[in-house]
Each structure stands twice: as structure tokens, then as C-alpha cells.
Design a binder for this molecule. Structure first.
Ligand code: ATP
Ligand code: MG
Length: 416
């Protein structure tokens, strides 16, 4: 991609109505556009990052047997009435609307009922279980306060997964596999070290705790107590001597930190499947309840968390796995020969299947370097006088301060 062709441009001015660092940087760097509070559009650069996060999540969900679906966003009222959730006062952030004929419909904020309604007919025998399905889709929630940029939106991208099992044993095996897959996701996104499995309230249908995946962040809305040695934490909301004892945690060893929930996993037991009349027959032909689990990951929230976590005073700094481009390439100096050399290099790198953002503008050097830092592309290659005289390229990693002078081959090796 050439910078002169890119839809977006960088901006020096700070968006006035945006306090959160993640949104400020992403807007200034041209990754996202704010439509209104809590609602953002993803421009080409932001879309590429989002797609890369989605693909990592997708690969890990597929690896535990998840099958991808796409549910409808408009939802009929009757299935939600069966589980008593349509009129539940606790679900206070639901966008609901009406068809022309007055029929009420819900706008997707979660999909337990619709997924049971969609595939329940196929789960009739113990042989049909277990099954795991997921989708990656925009969710809509009328949040009281949209906060912290991509951290809390009114429209946001979520991966939601649902599991159906024939026994507690089967359910727990799936559940723990999914927890492992979640950690693979956070590791691949560069957040493994700062993300903790955190015990939280399980809700009213189960005696078990739910698990939240909390990433340490000064602007996180949650407070958790973590045991760094054990690598687990407990949400402040359920902090009690009794719960600590159940988890084998020692109060003295716990560290209080602010965190943001980047995912969660729940035991739903048989509450929703029973309510929607979906049962299976066991080996002896007896009708049994189906045990359900649900598992969320906040994809757009993660993009905000990563943007914020790795940024510095100069701008964004993407981990290699999800950067929109691996390399920022440009030339510095007046000589026409320099631009020509950079053009050739752009082609050679592209031929090697390296994703390059080629700054082909005749802009001031300081402008180019400032932009390359704001954009947060992991590697930077500059063609300059030394390239013409000694055949070396200037190479810099976004996260380091030192400049290196390397040959084309040496750079290719670094990038692989
Ligand atoms: P939270 O506790 O942050 O309000 P939640 O418990 O309601 O989230 P779920 O409904 O289970 O979460 O959603 C699954 C995941 O989606 C969450 O773990 C979070 O990462 C993300 N998420 C939830 N609400 C939002 C939002 N308003 N904006 C962005 N991401 C969100
Ligand atoms: Mg939560």
C-alpha cells in the first residue's frame, strides 16, 4: 500500500471530545472514525487490525472444535419470553424496535436464545453432543455511559461462543479447553503476561464461579486482586473470606489492580435449554437436559486495549501479529535516485510477501518519521544517502531506539 493511495491521513490535532488514549491515537492515526459516543467506524488501517485479531480468535476457536455461524441481528420476542428475559428489568441496555406492523423485535446484544432456537432441532440424541458454535459479529447495547474509546461502546465487535453438552463431565472438559484457547489468543495478541483468569460471580443458575479474563489497565473499570505466583485473580465483586478459601487464595499475597475484561466464560447449566424445550435422549432413550456454556471475547475492545497498552508518547506500536502492515518504507533526501531505489525495494519486499506501507510522499523527513511512529508499524526501513554509497538500508524497530544499517538480505531475515 502506498501512503498516497491510502484513504486516511494522519492528524496532529487531538480530537476534542475524546479522553481515552486508545481512541485519540486511533483517530489521529486514521484507523477509526468516531460516529458518535460509543460508536466507531473502522477505516482501512483499523479494519486490517480488526481482521487480524478476528483471524487469531477464529483459528483458536476452530482448534477447540468451534463451528462458525452468523446469527441474525434482529431477534423475535417470543424466544426471549420463554426464558423470561424479554421483560427482565436487569437487562436494561437492550435496543428494541418495532416492525411497521407493530411487532416488537430485539437488536442483538447476546445470542443464547437464538442459537438454541436455531440448532436445538439437531441436538436430539446423545450422539449429537457435544457441539460448539460461535460467531463474530457487532453487538448493540444501550450502555448508560460509553467510556474509554473502544473499551466500552454501544456498538462493538464480539466473538460469542456457545457449547452444548450431554453431561457435566463433558461440559467441564469443553469449558477448560476453551479457557486454554483463550490464553493462546491473549498470548498471540501480546497480552499473555498481563491477562489473568479471574474468578467472578457465576450468576443465579449455577453454584460455579464464572471466569473473566482481565487485562491489567489503569483505565479498566474493574478491580481485581491477583496472585501473581499462581497466575489467577479474583474480582473485587466476589471478594470474601469464604470465596478466597474456596479458591485456595491467601489474602496477604493478593495485589489490588485495575483491569479491563477482555473475555469471559460462563456455566449456564440447563436454564436456557430447558426453557426453550430442547432435550436429548440418552443411551437408554430417556430424555435429558442439555448443559450449556457461553464464552465471549471483546474483539474491538481488545483492539483498544492493545492500542493503549503498547503505545508511547509518539504513538501506536502494534505487535507484529496484528499490525496493519509489517514494514513502513520510505526515502529521505532530495536525490531522485533515492525515490527510485525505494520504489524498487517496495516491489522486492512485496514479492517476498511482506506487507509494506510505502510512504511515497515527497514530504519533509520529520513529517514522515513522525507519521511512521504515530502509525505504529513494527519495522521501519529508510532509503538514504548511505543506501546509494554503501548499499545499506536504515532499519529501526518501533519499540527500540537504535538505528541499524543492514543489507536487504539481512532485513529479510529480520522480518521472517
Ligand atoms: P462488561 O462486564 O465489560 O460490561 P459483560 O460482562 O457484559 O461486559 P459479555 O456480555 O459477556 O460481557 O460480553 C463478552 C465480552 O464482550 C466482554 O468480556 C467484553 O470483553 C466485551 N464487551 C462487553 N460489553 C462491551 C462494550 N460495551 N463495548 C466493548 N466491548 C464489550
Ligand atoms: Mg462482565
Amino acid at each position: 500500500m502506498r501512503v498516497t493511495n491510502l484513504v486516511s491521513k494522519t492528524s496532529r490535532t487531538f480530537p476534542a471530545d475524546e479522553e481515552a488514549k486508545n481512541a485519540q491515537l486511533l483517530i489521529r492515526a486514521g484507523y477509526i472514525h468516531k460516529e458518535m459516543a460509543g460508536v466507531y467506524s473502522f477505516l482501512p488501517l483499523g479494519f486490517r487490525v480488526l481482521e487480524k485479531i478476528k483471524n487469531i480468535v477464529r483459528e483458536e476457536m476452530n482448534s477447540v472444535g468451534g463451528q462458525e455461524v452468523m446469527m441474525s441481528v434482529l431477534q423475535p420476542k417470543d424466544i426471549w419470553q420463554k426464558t423470561d428475559r424479554w421483560d427482565d428489568k436487569k437487562v436494561d441496555n437492550w435496543f428494541k424496535t418495532k416492525l411497521v406492523n407493530g411487532t416488537e423485535v430485539g437488536v442483538g446484544l447476546t445470542h443464547e436464545e437464538p442459537i438454541i432456537d436455531s440448532i436445538g432441532d439437531f441436538l436430539k440424541s446423545y450422539k449429537d453432543l457435544p457441539k460448539i458454535v460461535y460467531q463474530i459479529q457487532n453487538k448493540f447495547r444501550n450502555e448508560l455511559r460509553a467510556k474509554s474509546g473502544l473499551f466500552r461502546g454501544r456498538e462493538f465487535l464480539m466473538k460469542d461462543m456457545y457449547s452444548f453438552a450431554s453431561s457435566q463431565e463433558q461440559h467441564i472438559e469443553i469449558y477448560e479447553n476453551i479457557v486454554k484457547a483463550y490464553f493462546k489468543v491473549y498470548e498471540r495478541l501480546g497480552l499473555g503476561e498481563v491477562t489473568y483468569r479471574t474468578y467472578a460471580d457465576g450468576g443465579i443458575f449455577t453454584k460455579r464461579f464464572s471466569d473473566e479474563f482481565q487485562t491489567i489497565s489503569p483505565i479498566g473499570e474493574d478491580t481485581i486482586y491477583l496472585d501473581r505466583e499462581k497466575g489467577i485473580a479474583i474480582n473485587e465483586e466476589i471478594m470474601s473470606d469464604e470465596n478466597l478459601a474456596k479458591m485456595g487464595l491467601d489474602k496477604q499475597k493478593l495485589e489490588k489492580v485495575k483491569a479491563v475484561e477482555v473475555g469471559n466464560t460462563f456455566h449456564l447449566e440447563t436454564k436456557y435449554t430447558d426453557a426453550l424445550d430442547v432435550y436429548f435422549s440418552d443411551k437408554n432413550g430417556n430424555q435429558q437436559s442439555i448443559i450449556m456454556g457461553c464464552y465471549g471475547i471483546g474483539i474491538s475492545r481488545l483492539m483498544g486495549v492493545i492500542a493503549e497498552h503498547f503505545s508511547d508518547d509518539k504513538g501506536l506500536n502494534w505487535p507484529k501479529n496484528i499490525a496493519p502492515y509489517s514494514v513502513y518504507l520510505s526515502f529521505i533526501g532530495q536525490d531522485e535516485e533515492l525515490k527510485k531505489t525505494a520504489e524498487d525495494l517496495y516491489e522486492k519486499l512485496t514479492d517476498q510477501k511482506i506487507e509494506v506501507l510505502f510512504d511515497d510522499r515527497d514530504a519533509r523527513p520529520s513529517e514522515k518519521l513522525t507519521d511512521s511512529e504515530l502509525l505504529g508499524i513494527p519495522f521501519r526501513i529508510i532509503v538514504n544517502k548511505g543506501t546509494l554509497s554503501d548499499g545499506v538500508l536504515e532499519f529501526k524497530q518501533r519499540s527500540k531506539t537504535d538505528l541499524e544499517h543492514l543489507s536487504f538480505e539481512e532485513i529479510i531475515n529480520r522480518l521472517k
